[in-house]
Design a protein around this ligand. Sequence first.
Ligand code: NDP
Length: 278
Amino acid sequence: MATTTVIDRYGVMGHPVSHSRSPVIHRLFALQTGQKMQYELLHVAPDNLETAVRQFQRTGGKGLNITVPHKRAVINLVDLISERASTAGAVNTLVFRGSEIHGDNTDGIGLLRDLDVNLDVALEGSNILILGAGGATRGIVGPLLEMQPRSLCIANRTVDKAEVIAANFERYGPISACRFDAVPVDEPYDLVINATSAGLQGETPPYPEEAISGETFCYDLSYGLSPTPFSTWARDHGAARSVMGWGMLVEQAAESFEIWRGVRPDTVPVLKQMQINA
Ligand code: NDP
């Protein structure tokens, strides 16, 4: 009698999502760890998010990554949320357990692993500026504050969103919020993180030039096959280093993979392969 093998389904939902390299990364993790699974790219507009998540669950999906711009909205669909996702107010990983949906957030730990382990960036006592106040910023602020920076400022086009995040996190450390044109520049920034999605739309917001000095490490959460607009801007304005978010992408994916499959992949060869292909 013929037997059918059902392959566990995973995927990433976003809008846009065609730029995402998550399918390649999870394929490499699955090969490396001998896991039988497939990982799909799912383009889902905001109005269709709930229908798409529930349909994926109904049709045997085991887990999802959630990306721009759904990380906050998806919270309304989860039955159980991890502490780190709840503190962040943003979810990037869903696990389907029976009829329940569990939500977690691996962005913060992914960024920290890249900065701390892969790139050896010292965070304790540093001055940090984050540009953007969307779902990704919510995920990274808590873990960054745990590293005890001297200051952390969030600048955003819509300043209210930055202010809400700063208010949520003020009990965890020295955090403030402002507009792009009001970034405090009395002291140089050690680390400037671009967490806007402007580059995805080919836009370059008026990033604050005065925030960059020859000592500044610039990190773009966005990544691309060629340098992103922010990484080019940072290099052109004299940053000490300008790095794209490949490492965070691979590290947050490894954390999601472990949550889903119970196996920790080795990120080093996968990151090398992604950067060689980039
Ligand atoms: P959201 O949609 O939640 O937030 C987008 C942010 O970008 C908002 O702060 C928005 O400002 C700002 N923005 C968008 N367009 C412009 C513009 N033209 N000028 C100024 N600001 C703009 O997205 P996420 O937070 O989920 O993701 C942000 C970026 O980080 C994306 O590019 C995503 O791909 C990347 N990312 C990378 C990861 C990695 O592993 N490397 C992980 C997570 C995210 P406003 O509030 O004013 O609308």
